[in-house]
Design a binder for this molecule. Sequence first.
Ligand SMILES: Cc1cc2nc3c(=O)[nH]c(=O)nc-3n(C[C@H](O)[C@H](O)[C@H](O)COP(=O)(O)OP(=O)(O)OC[C@H]3O[C@@H](n4cnc5c(N)ncnc54)[C@H](O)[C@@H]3O)c2cc1C
Length: 287
Amino acid sequence: MIPSAFAYHRPKSVNEAVALLAELGEDARPLAGGHSLIPIMKLRLAAPSDLVDLAGIADLKGIREDGSDIVIGAMTTQHELIGSDLLAGKVPILRETALLIADPQVRYVGTIGGNAANGDPINDMPAVMLALDATYELAGKGGTRKVAARRYYRGTYDTAIEPGEILTAIRVPTPPSGHGHAYEKLKRKVGDYATAAAAVVLTISGGTVASCAIALTNVGETPLLAEEAAAIVTGSRLEAETVKKAMAAAEAITAPASDRRGTPQYRTKVAGVLVARALDRAKARAA
Ligand SMILES: Cc1cc2nc3c(=O)[nH]c(=O)nc-3n(C[C@H](O)[C@H](O)[C@H](O)COP(=O)(O)OP(=O)(O)OC[C@H]3O[C@@H](n4cnc5c(N)ncnc54)[C@H](O)[C@@H]3O)c2cc1C
């Protein structure tokens, strides 16, 4: 399949990119790794007039520490997340999740920014960003602003990003050392998107859960923060009965569609099971 005609632009700076997007109007789209955008253009489900390729903007690359945060440039690839010693040491759930995305070929070019900005609930990174309470840094012609990941997703492909804005970086508060984490994903085969998935980030003190965040992938129109499930386990020792209640609370907020990955009932149950598994693994990893 061949996409419809478009003009290609390759700005060298964020300012140049946002000026171009403002000038070209709403039919122009930013291009990152192209692994979500190009396939839908080939299927003619998207026909942007212009692609503004962000690949030439050095400022959008890299992973660095900034005080108590880790800042990840939007054009950092999933492959680079996997290779980062900083992330492996401080936010290992990002490495674990990136390893579960697609296959090496996709991960070499697919970016964290494209994955998070897009608003596709099937993508893996958004739920992890909810669990980590990350903040998205956006730039537009009018300047820059920050939006909490927990307020960014409004519906399928409907996000807080305004036309002409780009996601420049993701700011993750560094979880306390000794925290536990897990991203549990069920997929039909290696390289597939999630039937459902669950992210857990927690801390344990004296055998009791001191803090916990739980988020779900692909069981609703957006990634879901399972606040009640997290509240149920906080203060507990993750006894079987408590985990059962948390599973039920997580299942209660899901509203999955029926697709080739399963019926809504099946995917809801899978989400609950994955929450239990993720809690178990996060607990085992917590110091
Ligand atoms: C075979 C295959 C399997 C896959 N499996 C998985 C999987 O299991 N899990 C998963 O999470 N993903 C999966 N993906 C998607 C892959 O991770 C994508 O690369 C990713 O979702 C989008 O990133 P990208 O850099 O390719 O973005 P692009 O495709 O370039 O862009 C995606 C969308 O985001 C917008 N965009 C991109 N960057 C920015 C930015 N910085 N600011 C504002 N808007 C921006 C674009 O305009 C476009 O609308 C798969 C893809 C393929 C082809």
